[in-house]
Design a protein around this ligand. Structure first.
Ligand SMILES: [Fe+2]
Ligand SMILES: [Fe+2]
Length: 314
């Protein structure tokens, strides 16, 4: 097979750790991988608003309510930057939305778990946004320009999300026995799903090698998971919570944390749509989309009239 000049230029840019921009030629498989990854990421941000929105009206104080609202709004913003980044690859936004509400698109499984207590707001910020940071900081250097640039701002906001979650848990852990139990229970429920956010073990992650060769991914799933656990252990000590893994300990020989086997059966069940909240999340997303139809119609009509005025003036 001969290499075309475009392919050679693309390869050279990747080899030099350069950036691919929307106007540049790129292999179809690279484009497809990015559309899949960025749109799934966008969907996750948007669906991810739901578990926490559940507590906005019941936040324990005005201050907590304001913080939580800001956090959930940030997630909406993340979804929008990411849909825009995916659109630069030629996939219309409508198409991505349609795939999501039809139940054909994937999003992070973590958002298919319920949020029964206020402590869940703490555990989500600390563990889910914490895992998101570990995943996303290396994506700031992703080879596709619009994706990497969107991630820079997203990561700054994720740091705030993680801190606010940590602070909710810290406050609960300094409270009554009941509050401490509530915090520990939330950590117990979110810990394993958060570890699953990094994806299957390296030997079962078929697309990883190609994504790393293209400089989209910089570290493997297991490397990122280890890094995350390494970040959690000292923070759990400060909080006074127990990470729910009896086998978790530092191994001097491997220079890694030993941990229990992750239950991947549960992960794949939730991914296949059989998690506790999958149907509810999609139902709510579909309903919000339908409720917003008049806004889209009004915006399209406004754009049509503006174009008409500009045309007449020309
Ligand atoms: Fe986010
Ligand atoms: Fe976040």
């Amino acid at each position: 097979m001969t290499t075309t000049p475009e392919q050679a230029q693309f390869d050279a840019l990747i080899a030099a750790d350069g950036r691919i921009e929307p106007r540049d030629w790129m292999p179809e498989a690279y484009r497809k991988t990015l559309v899949r990854q960025i749109s799934q990421h966008a969907h996750s941000e948007i669906i991810g608003m739901q578990p926490e929105a559940n507590w906005i009206s019941r936040a324990p104080s005005l201050k907590r309510k304001a913080i939580l609202m800001a956090k959930v709004q940030d997630e909406a913003g993340h979804g929008l930057y990411l849909y825009s980044a995916a659109q630069t690859l030629g996939t219309p936004r409508d198409e991505m939305t349609e795939a999501l509400i039809a139940g054909k698109a994937k999003y992070s499984s973590i958002f298919n778990y319920p949020t029964p207590t206020w402590a869940d707001m703490g555990a989500i910020g600390w563990l889910v946004d914490g895992a998101a940071i570990c995943n996303q900081v290396p994506l700031c250097r992703a080879s596709y320009g619009p994706y990497g640039r969107a991630m820079v701002r997203i990561c700054k906001e994720e740091s705030f999300h993680q801190r606010q979650g940590f602070e909710i848990l810290l406050t609960l852990m300094q409270g009554t026995d009941e509050q401490r139990r509530m915090a520990q229970d939330a950590v117990d429920r979110w810990y394993w799903p958060a570890l699953q956010m990094f994806g299957p073990p390296d030997d079962q992650s078929p697309n990883s090698a190609q994504s790393m060769a293209w400089n989209i991914k910089r570290f493997t799933n297991d490397e990122l998971r280890q890094r995350f656990v390494g970040m959690l252990v000292p923070q759990a000590e400060v909080l006074g919570v127990t990470l729910p893994d009896p086998k978790l300990r530092w191994n001097d020989e491997t220079q890694q944390y030993d941990m229990s086997e992750i239950d991947w059966t549960e992960f794949f069940e939730v991914l296949a749509g059989r998690g506790p909240m999958n149907a509810e999340r999609l139902r709510r997303r579909r309903e919000a989309h339908e409720d917003g139809a008049w806004v889209r119609e009004a915006a399209a009509e406004y754009a049509r009239k503006r174009a008409q005025i500009t045309e007449q003036a020309a």
